[in-house]
Design a protein around this ligand. Structure first.
Ligand code: OAD
Length: 237
């Protein structure tokens, strides 16, 4: 596969739109496909409001396991390319569906987390959110009001936070370069973002070993892995 190098200076506003495949080479499982989480777990049983109300301890145990596994994972060269680019380019944003905090671990600061983060907790009663120490167990945490704290993430059937989607809309509607990495493009509203970037006039690049639902929107499609294509795309040795 020949990867045409991108000169970031030719673009004013760059958006990286990432999904689970971005973290796959770091060791974080994807949702769908081979080894995907959805093959092993019934999502409604461990990550939905209904499950939380029925058996909160089971839900917390599932997310605790994911955090523990996540602690063993480290960002790869693809995450680092984006984080380094943000240091010298004034307008680089990440809009991610990932909840693993891997972009921030690599050093990225301008990250819009559409589906929240396992590294934050939320009081379901008061709605307050705060950063959580990586070692603390969810199941041992209660808010001052007495409620068990839940991970600050979007579960099946949850609405997305409109402040977060407004920010994503704002950065995408101004993008002139939109690079999608590792998403199947099946989950809304994120699935509509490539079309939005296209209508805003951005140049669209997709990196994914498999075709996605939106592959036809992209100006360039690289059927490869994030950690391999990203350094080539930005000429990093
Ligand atoms: P998926 O698991 O649906 O898709 C992962 C994508 O990554 C697939 O298209 C793979 O082909 C691709 N992929 C795998 N390895 C890769 C690699 N090394 N480099 C690049 N791409 C690779 O994950 P998402 O599209 O992120 O939502 O899923 C979207 C949402 O579905 C998640 O955020 C989650 C889930 O329901 C919530 O939890 C609300």
């Amino acid at each position: 596969m020949v990867v045409e190098q991108i000169n970031p200076d030719s673009y004013k506003r760059i958006v990286f739109f990432t999904g689970a495949g971005m973290s796959a080479e770091s060791g974080v499982p994807t949702y769908r496909g081979k080894g995907g989480i959805l093959d092993k777990y019934n999502w409604q049983e461990v990550a939905s409001q209904e499950a939380w109300e029925k058996h909160p301890k089971k839900v917390l145990k599932f997310h605790e396991k994911r955090r523990t596994e996540g602690l063993k994972c480290k960002p790869h060269s693809g995450h680092k390319v984006i984080a380094d680019l943000e240091k010298f380019h004034p307008n680089v944003w990440i809009v991610t569906q990932n909840i693993d905090g891997m972009h921030q671990q690599a050093g990225s600061k301008k990250v819009v987390e559409l589906h929240g983060s396992v590294w934050r907790v939320r009081c379901p009663k008061e709605g307050r959110v705060w950063e959580d120490s990586k070692k603390t167990k969810y199941s041992r945490q209660k808010c001052k009001c007495g409620s068990w704290l839940r991970p600050d993430i979007v579960w099946f059937s949850d609405y997305l936070d409109t402040k977060v989607t407004d920010k994503a809309d704002e950065v995408i509607s101004r993008a002139d370069l939109f690079i999608s990495i590792g998403t199947s493009g099946l989950v809304w509203p994120a699935a509509g973002y490539p079309a939005r970037a296209k209508s805003a006039g951005a140049f669209l690049v997709e990196i994914n070993p498999e075709p996605s639902e939106q592959s036809n929107y992209y100006d360039k499609v690289y059927p490869g892995k994030a950690g391999e294509v990203m350094p080539q795309l930005f000429g990093v040795k």
